[in-house]
Design a protein around this ligand. Structure first.
Ligand code: A2P
Length: 339
């Protein structure tokens, strides 16, 4: 069983290496690919130095390819990877809206992955984090409408996003002009209500990804969703305020109980002791923190909650590896089956 990472030198690639070290995925060989700029660099995996290769134009001799080098690379090369016999778990948005490509959060719709035709899409980070918290509530109480406001870390723009926050903060603290390269405006001491390009309806593409992808993962096209996506000056871990209108009324205690039993969720909800989800505590954690669970003052029987999830883990690398584990545990990967 051979695993390859394409985009191994990036922010998500780095996390893929760390998650694979902890993973139950059974594999014999790990190949690392990035742009030709990184060829010959070495990265550490399980105490060994592995050499990075330039991503070839055609097939890669691997059973599973974890792709995280951006949409254009995936779009151009994934068909050749599939042709070569690999299962591609793609972190980009290139195939997410293709009806033949499953879009998977294993805790929510793992079985959808089994119907793949070579490519499985990993959702947008904001969507994956919300889905882990909202899907159990949807199953129990039927979500009718969902209103989301996000507080998204600079890591959403990759390593260069995090670098920009650090560099600009240093500049501002030293009386220099912050500049703006990765983000439209200086990010330190600011919040920017734009992530990705604006569409004709006034929503950004990031906001529409939450709408389209949540519906596809939860499997309910009638779900009404509205999102405001905002970039904030944190390094990693996205937070989201979520309001839910429900078909059947839920109390906060019922929701807490349900979420305590849900896979991938940590209920962190005790206002009296100032316990709630935050990037500070959710960073590096596999579970998505959920808290501030309270009855909605707007939708009768509805809920308000706040979630924080490590964008590079559940929002990207961890979810991708969990998809591979899910397939292997069900004997749906070539190579050795986990025993
Ligand atoms: P490199 O480090 O060689 O540029 P991030 O999302 O953190 O910006 O990371 C993007 C990842 O995608 C990096 O590993 C980067 O490699 C890789 N990448 C960028 N352009 C290409 C390309 N043309 N072919 C293969 N990998 C690429």
């Amino acid at each position: 069983m051979r695993v390859a990472i394409v985009g191994a030198t990036g922010a998500v690639g780095h996390e893929l290496l760390r998650v694979l070290e902890q993973s139950t995925l059974n594999f014999d060989e790990l190949q690392l690919y990035a742009s030709p700029r990184s060829a010959g660099r070495t990265l550490t995996f399980a105490g060994r130095e592995l050499s990075v290769q330039a991503t070839p134009e055609g097939a890669i001799d691997a059973d599973v390819i974890l792709a995280s080098a951006g949409g254009s690379i995936s779009k151009a090369l994934a068909p050749a990877w599939v042709e070569g016999g690999a299962v591609v778990i793609d972190n980009s948005s290139a195939f997410r809206y293709d009806p033949e490509v499953p879009l998977v959060v294993p805790e929510v719709n793992g079985d959808a992955a089994l119907a793949h035709r070579g490519i499985i899409a990993n959702p947008n980070c904001t969507t994956a984090i919300a889905a882990v918290a909202v899907a159990p509530l949807h199953r129990a109480f039927g979500v009718r409408r969902m209103i989301v406001s996000t507080y998204q870390a600079t890591s959403g723009a990759g390593q260069k996003g995090m670098d920009e926050l650090l560099t600009q903060t240093h500049r501002v603290l030293h009386g220099q002009k912050a500049g703006a390269e990765v983000f439209a405006y200086p990010i330190p001491f600011n919040v920017i209500p734009q992530i990705d390009a604006f569409g004709e309806n006034g929503y950004t593409r990031e906001e529409m990804k939450v709408v389209w992808e949540t519906r596809k993962i939860i499997g309910d096209e009638s779900l009404r969703i509205s999102c405001t996506a905002v970039r904030i000056p944190t390094l990693r871990t996205h937070a989201e305020a979520i309001t839910l209108e429900l078909e059947r009324p839920a109390t906060p205690e019922q929701a807490r109980e349900l979420l305590r039993a849900a896979a991938g969720v940590e209920v962190r909800d005790d206002p009296a002791s100032q316990l709630y989800p935050m990037p500070l505590t959710a960073t590096g954690k596999y579970d998505v923190e959920v808290g501030r669970i309270r009855s909605s003052l707007v939708f009768e029987g509805g809920l308000d909650l706040f979630v924080a999830g490590d964008q590079l883990l559940k929002g990207a690398a961890l979810n991708a590896v969990q998809i591979a584990e899910y397939l292997q545990q069900r004997g749906a990967l070539r190579g050795r089956v986990a025993g």
